[in-house]
Design a protein around this ligand. Sequence first.
Ligand SMILES: N[C@@H](CCC[C@H](N)C(=O)O)C(=O)O
Length: 296
Amino acid sequence: MSTAPLAFLKGHGTENDFVILPDPGNALELSPSAVARLCDRRAGIGGDGLLHVVRSAAHPEAAAMAGEAEWFMDYRNGDGSVAEMCGNGVRVFARYLQRAGLAAEGDLAVATRAGVRRVHIAKAGPDGTPGEITVGMGRALLPGGEVTVSVGDGTRPARNVNMGNPHAVVFVSDLAEAGDLHTAPEVRPASAYPDGTNVEFVADRGRRHVAMRVHERGSGETRSCGTGACAVMVAAARRDGADPAVSGRPETYAVDLPGGRLTVTERPDGEIEMTGPAEIVAEGTLDPDWLAIAFA
Ligand SMILES: N[C@@H](CCC[C@H](N)C(=O)O)C(=O)O
């Protein structure tokens, strides 16, 4: 492992924050412990997760998508585990590519472990405010079967929704019912989620308008989760009797999270689009001595 200075950036989407490591040729050996150290908020840079920016052609998990998407988002959770997809992460990833001159406003494709995602970077405002970013998140899978989530002394029914990654969506009358979320809620049966799950708590705010909190697999409670917002939108729509595949009309929900608002639309063909902000806040280099220990 080289100990030459390594460039990093820091970014966030609705306060779901990420360490960004540009590594076009996939030269870094990113062990789970190295990722966890980088994401550590006291001893590292700090982030809910890490976006490893690699050319698809250079990564064995993405080479087959290289013809469609030049760049692969190799996403890792803050504890170093690998996840299939990160909705806020894709927007921040696209913003990084734009800032680095590797993508322009308009359309681009990003390879992820859940497949290729189509991204649209809207034009900046007249004052230079960066345009919001829309991601085609694919279709939700609703595996069915009874699932429950327990927090504190309460157990509630949940909806199993898969957005490329797993989610358990629980409707509550008050988001405080989720408790402190310092530990992962207990989800049953465990067999419904062989690789663990993200858990969302949802409360109504108005017509086609909900608010949520999330406990993310591999990161703990975060201030936003893009795939979670999409899972929540679909669960809320079905609960509300709204199914674009039946009505032939798209449905749009505003989803408020502690870190901001995401807008989620489901189309009659089942495709889901999520729109929100994405910002790069810092860039720098990692200290070579620290790096030698972190990557040892
Ligand atoms: N914050 C992300 C989701 C990141 C992955 C998740 N923790 C998992 O393990 O599935 C998002 O914005 O979607």
